[in-house]
Design a protein around this ligand. Structure first.
Ligand code: HAM
Length: 429
């Protein structure tokens, strides 16, 4: 019986992997430039980490976590996101003692048991970044500018930032109360989910996808009017920097994120070409989280991008640097020489493919063409007889009689190839 992959879990085949590697290496390079360092985190955590940080009444904790009982009776969960783990590690290793500001990034798989569809999977991958130890608006803006920069480098066109302020412990309670009151007044028109969560988590009202709820909440009070002066100033300063940097953003006070730890700045980056799952990334500020996780009062801000979604909207992948040389032996004796030459050249740092057992030069050439190599080293009966290979320069479509003896050292062989390419003594192929 054939066994297929689990629903919502997918393979990343080599061509897509090339694309992911390009996206990841572009991100890593940029992170270095902005002075972020990588944190490699475990995939499983104690389940309480996520319920306490993301929120008991969030969709993720209520119904999307992959959790299981370990043999010692503890309940673990596959991480649904990275921020909670970053904060756990930050507190566990007291990183704040070593540095006043920690700028961290991570890349890896996350797990949410959502309904799979285009751009939405049960195992997906995030590139995330977190800054701990700064609460000034410039750092919120830096996170967004970095992402904007990354999207630009990856050739993502039509990306737009939606941004709002969710207020803080001072001003949000009054807004929350206003929303609960609004919800109570319209309770008959709300879906079961919203009704159930109204008292506990009224902000979820604004995020409900049900048509009925959306119609009702079109008139719901907006956080905008409730922001206290420090939150308002903070938000205005973030927006002013984004404007100055030419970031394409729109203030959207209805933006509430699906995770409960946010305060003040919250944002999402939407891109065209993603269909209904149009958020390529999202993030925001979470000033109370380090304390809630048992650490000191240290503010935080960060964001994460979905790799699968980035791969859908990024520009063309630069050409993959595959094999440079293809060795085409014809016959058992030539196979042995080909293997020796290939190993020697690889040890010398050259990317080589050699295939034995081919029936004809034509089939070798078809493979070489497909691999897009620069040179084909032909080892037929004639070549073995005279102790030197024939070379085909695939880019110039020229054949050379090679003057480099087959028993030369690999580095001399490769240097010889390069010399031939520079001054071709050639005849048309
Ligand atoms: P999030 O908005 O839940 O935020 O996820 C960030 C991104 O991960 C989304 O914009 C999307 O691109 C991708 N993503 C989420 N779920 C899926 C899925 N099921 N399939 C494919 N891609 C998905 C967070 O996770 C926060 N931890 C971000 C953050 C960091 N906030 C502060 N720091």
């Amino acid at each position: 019986m054939k066994i297929s992959a689990v629903k919502g879990f997918r393979d990343v085949l080599p061509e897509e992997s090339d694309r992911w590697n390009w996206i990841e290496s572009t991100a890593r390079e940029l992170f270095t430039r902005y002075n972020y360092r990588e944190l490699r985190l475990p995939i499983a955590e104690k389940i309480g980490l996520f319920s306490r940080s993301i929120g008991e009444s969030s969709d993720i904790v209520e119904k999307e976590m992959y959790s299981f009982e370990d043999r010692d009776g503890s309940i673990l969960a596959l991480r649904p996101e990275g921020t909670a783990s970053v904060v756990r590690a930050y507190v566990e290793h007291s990183l704040y003692v070593k540095e006043a500001v920690s700028k961290l990034f991570y890349v890896g798989p996350m797990f949410r048991r959502e309904r799979p569809q285009k751009g939405r999977y049960r195992q997906f991958h995030q590139i995330g970044l977190e800054v701990l130890g700064r609460d000034d608006p410039a750092i919120d803006a830096e996170v967004i500018v970095l992402i904007d920069d990354l999207l630009g480098r990856l050739g993502v066109s039509q990306a737009r930032v939606r941004i709002s302020s969710l207020g803080d412990g001072q001003c949000r309670p009054a807004y929350r109360e206003a929303l609960v009151e609004f919800g109570r007044a319209h309770v008959d028109a709300l879906c079961d989910n919203c009704r159930r969560r109204l008292e506990q988590n009224p902000l979820r009202l604004l995020d409900c996808k049900e048509e009925g709820c959306q119609a009702v909440t079109a008139d719901a009070p907006s956080m905008d009017r409730y922001l206290c002066a420090p939150c308002r100033d903070h938000f205005d300063a973030v927006c002013a920097i984004l404007t100055g940097e030419g970031v394409d953003y729109a203030v959207d006070q209805r933006l509430v994120r699906g995770l409960d730890y946010y305060c003040r700045t919250a944002f999402e980056i939407v891109a065209e070409g993603l269909g209904s799952q149009n958020a390529v990334g999202g993030g925001g500020r979470y000033d109370g989280l380090v304390k809630a996780m048992g650490g000191p009062e240290i503010p935080g801000v960060g964001a994460a991008l979905g790799l699968e979604r980035l791969a859908m909207v990024a520009g063309e992948t630069p050409l993959h640097g595959g094999a440079e040389i293809f060795i085409a032996p014809l016959g058992a004796d030539a196979d042995l020489i080909a293997a020796r030459l290939a190993h020697g050249l690889r040890r010398h740092g050259v990317a080589v493919e050699a295939e034995s057992g081919a029936k004809s030069l034509k089939s070798h050439m078809r493979r070489a063409d497909k691999l897009g190599v620069r040179w084909v080293v032909i080892l037929g009966e004639q070549e073995l007889g005279r102790g030197a290979a024939s070379i085909r320069d695939m880019s110039a479509k020229l054949d050379f009689q090679c003057a480099i003896p087959l028993d030369s050292r690999p580095e001399d062989f490769f240097d010889g190839l390069r010399r031939l390419a520079a001054e071709p003594v050639s005849r048309p192929a």
